[in-house]
Structures are given as structure tokens and as C-alpha cells.
Design a protein around this ligand. Sequence first.
Ligand SMILES: C[S@@+](CC[C@H](N)C(=O)[O-])C[C@H]1O[C@@H](n2cnc3c(N)ncnc32)[C@H](O)[C@@H]1O
Length: 386
Amino acid sequence: MIRGQKHHAVLPTATHDEAARQDFVAGLRVHVMRDVSSGNRTLYDTKVLPRFERTHGRAPADRHEVRREMNREPYHQAWGALLRTTQEMIWESVGSPIERQLDELIARNKAARARAGGSLRLDPALVVPRYQAATDIHVMPGSYHSDLCDDDLTAGAIYDKGLYIYAMGGLGDSNQDIGRGCIAYLKQHFPDLKPRRILDVGCTVGHSTVPFALAYPNAEVHGIDVGAASLRYAHARAESLGAAVHFSQQNAEQTDFPDGHFDLIVSHVLMHETSGDALPRIIRECRRLLAPGGIMTHCDVPQREGDAFDLAIPDWDTYNNNEPFMGHMRDTDMRALFTACGFESGRYFDGYVPNDTLNRDKKVAFRGGDGKKGKPWAVYGARLAD
Ligand SMILES: C[S@@+](CC[C@H](N)C(=O)[O-])C[C@H]1O[C@@H](n2cnc3c(N)ncnc32)[C@H](O)[C@@H]1O
């Protein structure tokens, strides 16, 4: 049962039938990730790898050879079709309830924003970068930025409800686990950090921004994103959850904040959704915005580890789930990237968010294409000298 998402002022509701449909989709995803995915590994070990070795007299040289071999297999094809269909069904199952209650959600959104301790600043002239606009990221209709009507919040509502189903509740009752894990990492490794201003880059609806605002109540917390419909929803949601956050619609490649404005700059699952050209521009902008002694952390999927099969399987999303930059991010040498963008290499750090901050062990959400539990979220960061 996919219930238990924490209530807030703009969370869409579901009728009995709509909830039943959402439950079904969540259950289907559990089945695919837990029961069907593990067959990929068996298939590889017992058929695909031996056949490759017989034919070529060697093991696959890289993950691309594995992917091409796996793509020939009916089981793998059926698994992929099932996963892709489930992904599409997630958005459909949350989309129609939101469409049905859109006027009411917009009214609730305005009321919640009127109680503001934080703020919302939109820029109708902002051009959404092509790497965001050209595709519906992870098959989410309209992606994060489409505006369907005045004061629209559909994108935010779809992401909030859809992510909860996608994660099968495994990101916590407010989809807050990535932010919460990153905070735990920072408190563990940088106990001296007392940020006056925090920036969350690519905040969407503030799933991670709100935990930062609650964990650092003396800090002024900002969240930026390119999507107005996500930010309208984020603002009302944060107010309703008791967090004062200043949201603004800005491209992280070039913001209007002054130099050295933030002591802490964070992002959560932004990097794998930005292009290879944009990512260095975003890191350079973070460097400009960071105050002396400041910390930047980007929390995202772990990089590649394991045998050729393990390296290949995450590419399913790159090629089949409208995550065009996932593969590139997993291949990027972060230390080299951060150094090229102005951070001293000796001040680079990386690691994983502490596992005990996450729901993941109890859930099946983050199993890979082999059905196994993946590593926790990775942190890639750097700290400036004082
Ligand atoms: C996966 S979502 C991030 C989720 C969010 N950080 C969380 O913790 O739930 C990626 C977000 O990054 C935003 N984004 C992508 N490129 C951006 C850019 N150049 N500037 C600002 N936001 C960007 C997208 O609009 C999207 O909302």
C-alpha cells in the first residue's frame, strides 16, 4: 500500500479508485525491482557471458559490449518494457487526479503562500536550458518546468506524488531522505559548520531544501530552480511544513547572487540531470558564490563500480528512461572537474551519506537492474580555505 506520504497544504488527494490505481502501480514497481530484475544477473552469468566468451575468446571489454549483448535477450527486453511501462504508469496515475483538482490546488497554493515566512521570486523571461526543455526527464510529462495555465503547479504536484510512488515510500514520508542523508554527512564530517546562508541548487519542490531549513534554523535558506510550476508548489509546501525558504527561478549556471554569498551550497540529484557542458558552468558558479571556508556538496547517484555487468546496467536509464546525462555523470572524474572549476584538489572530498539516515534498507526502491540493493547516495564536495 503506497500510503503514508506526509500531508501538507498542496498535496493532491486521490479518490478511492485513483488511490487503488496508484497502489497497483507501486506494487507493480516493487514486483519488477525485487522479483524480475534479479533475472538479468542470472541471464548474464549463465547465458550472455558464456556465449560472448565462446564467440570472442574473451570477456566483454567494456559495458557497451555487455549492454548490446543484453539488449538481444527477450528476457531483458521484457524487463525493460515492463520497467518503462511502469514508469509511464506512475505519472499517469498521479496526473489525472491532479488535473481533476487543479483549480482547488491553485487556490490552496495561493493561501499557503500568503502565510509566507519565506518568499518566491519568479522570472518569466528565464530561458529554460535546452538540456531540460528538449526531453521529458525520466518520462515525466512536461518535465519540471511546463506551465499549463496561470499560477500552474502541476509539475511540482506530479513530481511530489510521482516520486513517492517511484521510490515506493523509500525516500521517507516527505521524500526527504536525500537531503536528510546529506545533512547527516555534513554534521558527521564538518561538525564546525554553522552556515549563515545556504543555497540548494535545482531544488524542484524543496524535498531536500526543507530538511536543511529545519536542520539549520538560524540560516537563511535559498532554493533555485528553472521550473516556475515546481517553485510555486515548493513555496506553498515549505510554508505548510513550517520551513521558511526563499525560492527563486534562476539558472544555476549564472545566478544573480553576489560573490561569496553562501557558506553552504548543496544539490541533490541535480548533477545527473544536467548536460556535460552545463555541469562545469554550474560548478564554477558554485565556486563564485561560496564564501571563504564554505562548503559545496552535490549528492547524487554513486559512480560506476563492479564488473562489466554492474557497469552496464545503470545505462538502462540513460538509453530508455529519458535520463540522457546519467551515463556521463557516472563517468565524470569529479575531482578533476571541481579542480578545473576553481576548487583546490586537496580540498575535494567524497563519500556516501550514512546508511542509517535512510529508509532504503527497509524498502526495495533503490535496487538496481540486477535486483540488488545499490549503494547509498554519494556525496561529491569541496571546501574552500578560510
Ligand atoms: C531531480 S530534480 C532535483 C530534486 C531535488 N533537488 C530534490 O532533492 O528532490 C532536478 C532539478 O534540477 C533542476 N535543474 C536542472 N538544471 C538546472 C539549472 N541549470 N538551474 C537550475 N535548476 C536546474 C530541474 O528543473 C529539476 O527541478
